[in-house]
Design a protein around this ligand. Structure first.
Ligand code: 0WD
Ligand code: CA
Length: 419
């Protein structure tokens, strides 16, 4: 297993964030907002005199941007504590066997992303909800690394506050700017740790079940671009005639801290720099994307406002420094390839009026996690606090016992409790 811990998590990352930081020590405010001092702009909204029982929820959390324009919160440099792989049949392995190596393409490669869609494509069954299962398997296989040793109250509690997928955190980061898609996040407190697992919304299920053939094919294009630009080892070349199988995945597991929230999350990584002298993970990782080619100023502005926000949030979280984008035409041919350093993305948007800000994203996520900690107090693996959000609304929650929402599997609860 890769376990690159060659740098101090407290070191230079904060310095590299200096563009976002403005005198937070001087302001003396809690960066996490719970002592936020503007009464008329408090993110925790009380709706009337409804008691604090559920459902429906009585207290919400606002996603309005202006509430989160504070100093950038502390975000420690993410450290890779492990990784895992999912094979062509979605079986879990506690190792890096699915790691792939980036092979830099031509700047104008003319890759045909439609090739193989009909006859060399095995698609993961996305009606199967895996919830946190793969991460939980990784935790059980690597428990000793994560346990706080010696406290008699909970002899093997994890030394983290939050366990989740990176993709769920991405949705939180982008919420203050999201106008179309809401989310549902199920939270269970177990042995002091909050587990956060997404629940598919009705709207998302409907979209998934009614996707057009064109949309299905376009979803394939991103994976085909990966095949054109990735090799199975540092010395080989891409196998562009092979099968694209979206069951396969390589996932990094990182630990970091957002203000006072200790986070453990996993995210799928597309590939790494094949240079043996490249920096240790996650700094050698590369995120691959495809996007429609940009032909007009309006398209450029939309790309900056919407797409770059999602790309930034997704890669900033685990500390992936580069996004390589293939810009394709309507026929699925990649006309240009460009590299976007994640640290420069927020500079590219400076000319857009009223555009997204990293500090708003991070402060909202931080305040959401504080909100969750205050609400999800009962430590019980079968209790779910369901947090729900729709654009232009506050985040609300409801509580569910032994319901369809419970997501911590018995095998996990038993193994964590029995030793
Ligand atoms: O069942 C579900 N609804 C979910 C499954 C929700 C969230 C994650 N997952 C699984 C994915 O199958 C994958 O193994 O978790 C892993 C990825 O987790 P993540 O890194 O936290 O997810 P995210 O950042 O949203 O996506 C990273 C990549 C995507 O790349 P692009 O460039 O498109 O953002 O993971 C892949 C995809 O390549 N991916 C998926 N692949 C198959 N099915 C899915 C999915 N539902 N979601 C993401
Ligand atoms: Ca990708």
């Amino acid at each position: 297993m890769d376990q690159h811990r060659s740098h101090n998590p407290n070191s230079s990352y904060q310095n590299r964030l200096s563009a976002y930081k403005r005198d937070r020590e001087e302001s003396g405010r809690n960066p996490c907002g719970s002592k936020h001092s503007r009464p008329n702009h408090h993110p925790y909204n009380k709706s009337g005199s409804t008691p604090r029982q559920n459902p429906p929820s009585s207290q919400g959390l606002s996603t309005r941007r202006e509430l989160y324009e504070r100093d950038f919160p502390v975000y420690k440099q993410p450290v890779e504590v492990g990784c895992f792989s999912l094979d062509s049949e979605r079986r879990f392995f506690n190792d890096s066997r699915q790691m792939r190596y980036y092979v830099e393409p031509d700047r104008n490669p003319n890759f045909d992303l439609r090739d193989g869609y009909k006859d060399r494509f095995i698609k993961r069954d996305d009606s199967v909800k895996e919830k946190l299962d793969h991460i939980l398997r990784w935790i059980l296989a690597n428990r000793l690394k994560l346990s706080s040793k010696g406290t008699t109250a909970s002899p093997c509690a994890l030394d983290v506050d939050v366990v989740t997928w990176r993709g769920h955190l991405t949705k939180l980061l982008t919420s203050p700017y999201e106008t179309k898609e809401g989310w549902l996040l199920a939270v269970t407190r177990f042995r002091g740790t909050l587990y956060i697992s997404e629940v598919e919304t009705e709207a998302a299920r409907r979209d998934r079940e009614t996707r057009t053939e064109r949309h299905e094919e376009m979803m394939y294009w991103g994976y085909k671009f990966e095949q054109y630009t990735c090799a199975d080892n540092a010395h080989s070349v891409p196998d562009t005639g092979g099968v694209v199988n979206t069951n396969e995945a390589f996932c990094t597991v990182v630990q970091t801290r957002l203000a006072d929230h200790r986070l453990l999350f996993s995210g799928e990584v597309d590939c790494r720099d094949k240079d043996p002298d490249a920096p240790a993970p996650p700094a050698c990782y590369i995120e691959l994307k495809t996007s429609a080619e940009i032909c007009t100023p309006k398209q450029r502005s939309n790309f900056h406002r919407f797409k770059l926000l999602k790309w930034w949030a997704q890669s900033f979280l685990p500390g992936v420094p580069r996004v390589v984008a293939g810009f394709r035409d309507h026929e699925g041919v990649v006309v240009t390839v460009d590299t976007f350093p994640v640290s420069k993305m927020s500079h590219l948007i400076k000319n857009e009026h009223n555009c997204w800000k990293p500090t708003v994203c991070m402060n909202f996520c931080c305040d959401f996690l504080s909100f969750v900690k205050r609400i999800a107090t009962e430590d019980n693996p079968s209790v779910v606090y369901l947090f729900s959000w729709e654009p232009h609304r506050d985040v609300t929650y409801s509580v569910h016992r032994d319901s369809q929402y419970s997501f911590l599997p018995h095998w996990y609860v038993e193994e964590m409790t029995s030793s």
